[in-house]
Design a protein around this ligand. Sequence first.
Ligand SMILES: [Zn+2]
Length: 584
Amino acid sequence: MEHYIVSARKYRPTTFASVVGQKPLAAALKHAIATDKLAHAYLFCGSRGVGKTSCARIFAKTINCEHRTDQGEACNECESCKAFNAGTSLNIIELDAASHNGIDDMKALIEQVQMPPVDGRYRVFIIDEVHMLSSAAFNAFLKTLEEPPQYVIFILATTEKHKIIPTILSRCQIYDFSRITISDMVSHLSMVASQEGIQTETPALGVIARKADGAMRDALSIFDQVAAASMGNITYQSAIDNLNILDSAYYGRIVEAMLGGNVPAALVIYKEVRDKGFDSQFFINGLGLYMRDLMLAMHPATINLLETDEEEKAQMEQTARKCPPQMIYRAMDLCNDADLNYRAAANKQFLVELTLVKLCQLCSPSPGNSGDGEGQLQPIAAPRAQSSPAPQPSAAPAPASPAPAPAAPVVPPAMPQAPQAARPAAAQPIKRPSISLSIKGKGRAAQPPVAQEAQAAYNSGPKQAQPYTQEALLSAWVAFADARPTERILVNTMLACKPVEVEADRYFVPVDDAIQVDKINEFKLEILAHLRQSLHNDNIDFDARIAQRGASPVTWTNREVLQHMVAEHPSIEGVINEFGFKMA
Ligand SMILES: [Zn+2]
């Protein structure tokens, strides 16, 4: 009867070449054997499951092999190799110091050290978790380590190098084992899977590898567990279900909600996560780590720090490209705050929900809280239903009703014309300036309706200069974005960064970074055409520039304060006009 052998044992490496994830180190050991430059003591350091003991055994077998291959590996055919593989060799003695750390265990080992090999050249003593030895055992061992017989080689292994005293360190050749990377694990797992005739999806192996956290032995045990539960067909879904892992797609959806300022969506996603039985703190920490991964994916210099396969890297990079860097940094901060406050919070679900609300507002700063979005919650926006563009051109300018009294000293003394006056009521047929408005000028295929709109704006009739309100302008701005749901960066930028009037019909669009500037500029002609046509005013123009976020209103000039007030309360404009104040 064929009996089941766990993969961690069955696929334990037996040659240096088959050691996973430690290529340079394995090559160095092989070279030492080939050139006969052997030390009397080695110290193998590294976290659990990275191959320390396997390498020690391969090393012991290889130095005793009678006919090493041309590649410097053990032949696995000579008597010595056979004895090693059968586990009957007397030339390898293993002591697990974690469970045998007393003086008597050490005395037994030292007795063994005195006995020369019956056949073969070396006796190899492997002491695992050597930092666990009691101090009495340690002292007894130290003498032997100082003057071992010629035929003895010690291999000490430890997960905690810092606990090894200098006396030992100075007598050993030290090898540091690296954590096994996700991609090394995935390729090893997929080799095991094909040998075992198990179907797998690569992302599922990635999930297993991440769960194993750098330990190949753990990865293989998890693999066995998932393979058994999924009846020999390991899918991504079966892996995350079996391992109780939260699908990272949830985090991706939260990011989408953040980009769209969609608080309700984020709250619904959080509910789904709770319904799946995941802990809230686990969720918010996972979200923080996802943000950290997005930050790494943003830049070519850091994307390789992501411990994941190429496919997922590309996916993360794509998501990261949609996100303003400031949003990601602030999101990490907010998730971290939630984690720190979690223990103390009386209502943990509320804490997480509040954090999600804040996260969803990172992308829609108002001039008042730009940058430090935290703490200044905005009302949860009603879904933007009006995909119908352009408010009526006849929309009357704001009534000149007394506005909430602005602080008196704010209004600077001498100002030129008020904005309204700058717009001639009756449009003069002005000859159009000879700018060539080529929609295709950017080498990008124009969207036909937009092209028509742009043409219409420039071809139909005389130049228009009708008055309009700021609300009308903003809603035309939003309508342009809403009509292009597939242009994610553009939409997110336009929704997050609203134009601020700097002088009559001239606007400044404060954005976060160069990507957003480029995106706005790419569409500038179309946006302008849309705004001008919707508002029947051909004087409208704007510039998108990177704004210093976090500048507090205190540092604004009087004019900026005034503009801000007008933007927030358009009715103030009427007051300003009425009193003949001017927006310089
Ligand atoms: Zn051999």
